[in-house]
Design a protein around this ligand. Structure first.
Ligand code: DAK
Length: 257
């Protein structure tokens, strides 16, 4: 499939996905969500890809939100249905990927844009970034998992302050709040993302997928995360990658996963 709103580039076990609507500050419309869904499903089937870097094109925005022009006329039923579909097609898909996804936030990450970054496993930001959930200024609340993921990341008090005041955080404030892991100059952002991705791709993809599953279980109220961890831990033993990892250690060489 040829993409119109995103650019996908695989190189050295890393898949770079760039949301490419710079004139609209990379606002997420339905087509972009669909294309991201297709690209990410394709990545899941490609065992050579060990990490994903997601960013926005241009130097102004990661994603300035869901496309306001598109959802302005929705009915209540359409809104709920689109929230369900969007969460399933993109946000939950990324959160539950077995490959780590790094959000390289290169400017505004607002509304659905911050929700997208929060569904990624790791967030880094350039120092010009502004992050916020301004939905209440439009008479709506975050609908792509933002009330849940922001609360998980920064705690209830800070999440509610951000949501009800609709304030934007600077990159350094987001760092202090634990919303992003690192802040750097914009020209260094992709270099830093690749540095993190290159550390990831040295490690066992099987163990990484189980680590993501176990960490995610701690936020799933229907699961006992400790039980999930025990089961996933046990299932590593006797696997090819466990044998390779432990053999490499004992033979004083690097593992080849
Ligand atoms: N949607 C559509 N177009 C957008 C956009 C957005 N979210 N953000 C920016 N643009 C467009 C602008 O309309 C403008 O287009 P033209 O007028 O040139 O055609 C272009 O991008 C450049 O924007 P500005 O001229 O405004 O640029 P400035 O530097 O002056 O301002 C800004 C940058 C980021 C402060 C400003 O653009 C802004 O406030 N943007 C809107 C931010 C925002 O409120 N985002 C939406 C948050 S609410 C749903 C689920 C979830 C959601 C909705 C529905 N369902 C399941 C139905 C989520 C909602 C949100 O994300």
């Amino acid at each position: 499939m040829e993409f119109k709103n995103i650019v996908v580039l695989n190189s050295n076990n890393i898949c770079h996905i760039t949301i490419n609507r710079p004139k609209q500050l990379n606002a997420l419309n339905a087509k972009t969500i669909f294309e991201l869904n297709v690209a990410i499903n394709k990545v899941q089937e490609d065992s050579s890809v060990r990490a994903i870097i997601l960013t926005g094109s241009g130097n102004k925005a990661f994603v300035a939100g869901a496309d306001i022009k598109e959802f302005a006329h929705f009915s209540a039923i359409e809104g709920e249905e689109l929230a369900r579909n969007g969460q399933k097609l993109l946000f939950d898909l990324i959160d539950n990927l077995n490959i780590p996804c790094i959000a390289a936030v290169n400017g505004f990450a607002l509304g659905g844009g911050l929700e997208l970054a929060m569904s990624c496993h790791i967030r880094i930001a350039s120092d010009n970034s502004k992050l916020g959930l301004p939905e209440v200024t439009l008479g709506v609340i975050p609908g792509y998992g933002g009330t849940q993921r922001l609360t998980n990341l920064v705690g209830k008090g800070k999440a509610l302050e951000m949501i009800v005041t609709a304030s934007m955080l600077s990159a350094n404030e987001a760092l202090q709040w634990g919303l992003v892991n690192h802040v750097c100059a914009q020209e260094d952002l992709l270099i830093l993302a690749e540095k993190i991705a290159n550390k990831i791709i040295r490690n066992s993809p099987m163990a990484i997928s189980k680590a993501i599953k176990s960490v995610n279980a701690s936020f799933n109220k229907t699961l006992d995360g400790f039980e999930v961890e025990k089961k996933e831990f046990g299932s590593c033993f006797e696997s090819k990658e466990f044998i390779e990892g432990t053999s490499a250690f004992m033979q004083k060489r690097k593992p080849n996963f």
